[in-house]
Design a protein around this ligand. Structure first.
Ligand code: BGC
Length: 257
């Protein structure tokens, strides 16, 4: 079965058709920079452009960088404040004329990693952390997602954690890998003290440089990079449109960008 996976982010809107059995992208993903300001109608028009690029007319799963309850946006950390209270699911359905399922972007990436990637078969408590424009989190207990955790906004020494350790901060402050690792470590140690995960999966674009900072981390939980890298958000968003999709029998294949 094929579903279109859409990943709306603070800096880019990306999408591709996804094979739900394997989690592989069926075409090279297409990306358009997020319009600024990232207000509802502009962003929905951009999302529709990404879907139309492929001439797609089937079901669509969409990850979005905010808390979502029944399709309605509840928070706006890295998007325009007008999003709060906006029904993203209905807006996309109207713009696309297709069935659309929406969920938090980090939850989408986590679902993909649990099914096809680094968390596959891990039964305990798994924390997926996406380091990007913000910090997104997805928490899994025995493979079950606890949706809408916003642990990237936990305060560390009086400051929102994503303002200390996101990849955007690394770029803006031109942090060395050593300095970045120190900040990520402080964040993960805080997570560890509070949740005691068995496995931490690091996602987001920066996960492709995992060897530059993961070896410097000091958590007792194992920390691994996301195997699907930036495609996890797209594949996991597609997966949410068909929650009953079959679990693959073969080990997952890491997809390159
Ligand atoms: C948002 C989360 C989102 C994360 C990653 C945070 O600022 O509050 O909902 O998952 O960024 O995009």
């Amino acid at each position: 079965m094929q579903v279109f996976g859409l990943d709306i982010g603070g800096s880019g809107v990306k999408g591709a058709p996804v094979d739900i059995a394997s989690g592989t992208l069926l075409a090279e993903r297409f990306r358009i920079p997020t319009p600024q300001p990232a207000a509802p109608h502009a962003l929905i028009a951009t999302a529709a452009e990404v879907v139309r690029h492929f001439g797609w007319e089937g079901p669509v799963g969409c990850g979005f960088p905010a808390v979502l309850k029944a399709g309605v946006v509840k928070t706006a950390a890295n998007i325009a404040p007008e999003w709060i209270g906006f029904d993203l699911g209905a807006g996309l359905r109207e713009a696309l004329g297709c069935p659309v399922t929406v969920l938090n972007d980090a939850d989408a990436a986590g679902l993909a990693e649990m099914r096809w990637g680094a968390g596959r078969g891990v039964d305990g408590l798994v924390l997926m952390v996406t380091l990007g424009t913000g910090i997104g989190t997805a928490l899994f207990v025995k493979g079950q997602l606890v949706p809408n955790t916003e642990l990237g906004h936990i305060e560390i020494r009086g400051k929102d954690a994503e303002l200390r350790a996101s990849d955007r901060v690394r770029e803006q402050k031109e942090l060395s890998w050593k300095e970045f690792a120190k900040r990520v470590d402080e964040y993960l140690l805080t997570m560890e003290r509070l949740f005691w995960p068995d496995l931490i999966i690091i996602g987001g674009g920066v996960s492709k440089y995992a060897d530059k900072f993961i070896p410097r981390l000091s958590t007792s939980a194992q920390v691994v990079p996301a195997q699907m890298q930036n495609n996890a958000g797209i594949a996991g968003a597609a997966l949410t449109a068909v929650p009953e999709a079959p679990v693959p029998a073969q080990p997952p294949v890491a997809t390159e960008q």
